[in-house]
Design a protein around this ligand. Sequence first.
Ligand SMILES: CC(C)(COP(=O)(O)OP(=O)(O)OC[C@H]1O[C@@H](n2cnc3c(N)ncnc32)[C@H](O)[C@@H]1OP(=O)(O)O)[C@@H](O)C(=O)NCCC(=O)NCCS
Length: 188
Amino acid sequence: MPDEGFSCLAGARVALRRFGLADLADFVAYRSSAQVARYQSWDAPYPRAAGEQFIGELMRGHPDTAGQWFQFAVVLHPGGQLIGDCAAKPDAGDPRQCEIGFTIALAYQGRGYATEAVSLLIGYLFAGRGKHKITASCDARNTASAALLERLGMRREGHLRESTWASGEWTDDLLYGLLRDEWQPPGR
Ligand SMILES: CC(C)(COP(=O)(O)OP(=O)(O)OC[C@H]1O[C@@H](n2cnc3c(N)ncnc32)[C@H](O)[C@@H]1OP(=O)(O)O)[C@@H](O)C(=O)NCCC(=O)NCCS
């Protein structure tokens, strides 16, 4: 069921909030980095018009809508600087299962912000939204993404050989999963 009342989730150093049009320039800038886009679904540079449309759609949508990705803005807390985004898509057929994704601007990587942001997202999905299972996948060459998922306690459940055609080549995908019963909330 869509979480129409969602506004913000705050952690120690980052917060997740809704995107607004004021985020457009920073959003387009970090998506336009070739290193950030390397294993993602878009190409760099990322067009401003695409960002405008994307943020516009997010502003009309709500988290926890079955079958739809919802991107949360990741901002420094306190401060409010946009440093990336993380996302969740409840399965269309059974929304108790939910896939997640994440991106942090290059200048803010390597400081633990992604770990904190995705940990907030997982807590929201399990404790706040009653999800049963959270899944994620990444290109097998995306070592930073796999390391993040493993740091968060996610289990590698599969390695799919040459299962995606990306930028003119077949690539392997890693599949990760975490059950609510296995989840260790931070600080426990
Ligand atoms: C995937 C991605 C979000 C991971 O970001 P990241 O910066 O490696 O992850 P974190 O923010 O959690 O930072 C972890 C690093 O910060 C270090 N760190 C520094 N200070 C820290 C702190 N206070 N707390 C925790 N970690 C800290 C950790 O030791 C770790 O370093 P290491 O990579 O040398 O082991 C990032 O690489 C990215 O955005 N990539 C492009 C988009 C993408 O591919 N997304 C995934 C698609 S599947």
